[in-house]
Design a binder for this molecule. Structure first.
Ligand code: HAM
Length: 425
């Protein structure tokens, strides 16, 4: 038997109803904040991620699906391509390529699959889905303002609320400017020197090439050492400090709760200043439901104009897992199951189903060849709220037996009142 590749999975009903509900809801919320959707290719040049995300990150050094694409003709040069492991680099590339900055401050969102060759486990897949947003623009358009950071975080709180996810924690930090980062890296290098020989091979390499990435280490034996290292908050300059205070003041004013986590440096190299993650209790070890932050130098790094930005990506798979813990209304069954009984009744049932569906009810249509018992079983199994019995007598009287499946209560309802009655509970 051929199965789906390791780390990938099929999304099946009834869960797909949750996925659709989530995507419809976030599109609604993005609309309210004047974000516009962007779709970039699922593969890009490998160089984009090497430069944008950083050679020394786990994502780029270990997890990318990369291949050499041979040209098909002389004129068609071969190049190294990679399935996107994240979407920020692609959005910034598109921002530069299409000069989106010249059209003002750009608020973009995306929904789509990303690919990382990680060790699969609960909440971690090789093909996973992100819902992300990026606010990028020239500084003159206000893209550097702490008001943008706070707006993004407030949007996220609203979004999770609208989807029905409670119990999240917003962890917040500032990792300062590029210059602060450089000074911190130096200090880290020094602090690591006497201890790094007792750390894992990855950390020994990181200590030389990119010491900040030591904080991404998951090796349990290394954690006590990592705890003794200096934190970046001691190294950030006055401007970053002031901006971070401004972000927090707005969050306090609008009532979005957060906790400060001075060790939150995030696993990708493009971040500057504000960084954040939302975690959720129900998720186990992969508890980051989303992550993001500011990336003020990324556009220049990719050859573009100065275009500070901030954004986030929600792990949609994990969002759905958290939602499965709740009793989401998105998983409800049809409003009514119509059970036609007797000769010619499929025709009458089709007419009634058409009428009711036009009034926005979700209707499942049975078959007159089913025994009533079988119709009841089917209605029950799919979680229908009502079963509506339609036989010759009902058609003649133009009134139908309507049974509420949970309570067992049955009433006869005239045709014209059916939709209202079904909508009631
Ligand atoms: P990230 O933290 O690498 O950030 O990923 C964001 C979220 O994607 C994570 O918090 C997690 O929920 C989900 N995720 C990551 N890897 C996996 C996986 N293998 N399986 C399931 N879910 C996963 C970024 O990707 C940045 N581009 C976010 C961003 C946007 N920063 C600024 N703008």
């Amino acid at each position: 038997m051929i199965k789906s590749p390791r780390g990938t999975r099929d999304l099946l009903p009834p869960d797909t109803a949750l996925w659709n509900f989530v995507e419809a809801t976030v599109r609604d919320v993005f609309r309210a904040y004047n974000f516009h959707e962007i779709r970039t290719p699922i593969f890009e040049s490998t160089e984009l991620f090497a430069r944008g995300v950083g050679e020394e990150t786990d994502v780029v050094s270990k997890e990318m699906f990369t291949w050499e694409d041979r040209g098909r003709a002389e004129s068609d040069k071969g190049q190294s391509l990679t399935l996107r492991p994240e979407n920020t680099a692609g959005v910034v590339r598109a921002y530069i390529e299409h000069r989106l900055g010249e059209r003002g401050l750009n608020k973009l969102f995306y929904i789509g699959p990303q690919f990382r060759r990680e060790r699969p486990q609960k909440g971690r897949y090789r093909q996973f889905y992100q819902i992300g947003a990026e606010v990028i623009g020239p500084p003159a358009a206000g893209s550097e303002s702490p008001a943008r950071d706070a707006e993004i975080l407030e949007l996220l709180a609203t979004l999770l609320d609208r989807i029905g996810i409670t119990n999240w924690t917003l962890e917040l930090n500032s990792i300062g400017s590029v210059a602060d980062r450089a000074r911190f890296s130096e200090a880290l290098r020094e602090a690591l020197e006497p201890v790094v020989n007792n750390m894992c091979a990855d950390c020994q390499r990181r200590a030389v090439t990119n010491p900040l990435r030591v904080f991404d280490c998951k090796v349990p034996e290394d954690q006590p050492i990592i705890k003794t290292l200096p934190t970046i908050s001691e190294f950030i300059d006055d401007e970053s400090r002031q901006k971070f205070a401004d972000v927090r003041a707005i969050l306090d004013a609008v009532g979005v709760p957060y906790v400060l986590n001075p060790r939150l440096v995030r696993g990708l190299d493009y971040y500057t200043r504000t960084t954040f993650e939302f975690t959720h209790g129900a998720l186990g070890s992969q508890n980051a439901i989303l992550g993001g932050g500011r990336y003020d130098g990324l556009s220049e790094l990719l050859g573009g104009p100065k275009a500070p930005g901030i954004g986030f990506a929600i792990g949609e798979d994990r969002l759905i897992m958290a939602l499965q813990e709740t009793n989401s209304p998105a998983l409800k069954g049809p409003d009514a199951y119509i059970a036609p009984l007797g000769e010619g009744m499929n025709l009458e049932a089709a007419k009634l189903a058409r009428e009711l569906r036009r009034q926005n009810l979700v209707i499942e249509l049975g078959d007159r060849n089913f025994k009533l018992k079988k119709s009841f079983e089917a209605a029950d199994k799919m979680g229908a709220r009502y079963i509506l019995i339609l036989g010759e007598n009902e058609v003649a009287a133009n009134a139908f037996a309507l049974k509420h499946l949970a309570s067992g209560e049955q009433v006869t309802v005239p045709r014209a009142e059916l939709a209202n009655r079904i909508l009631q509970k």
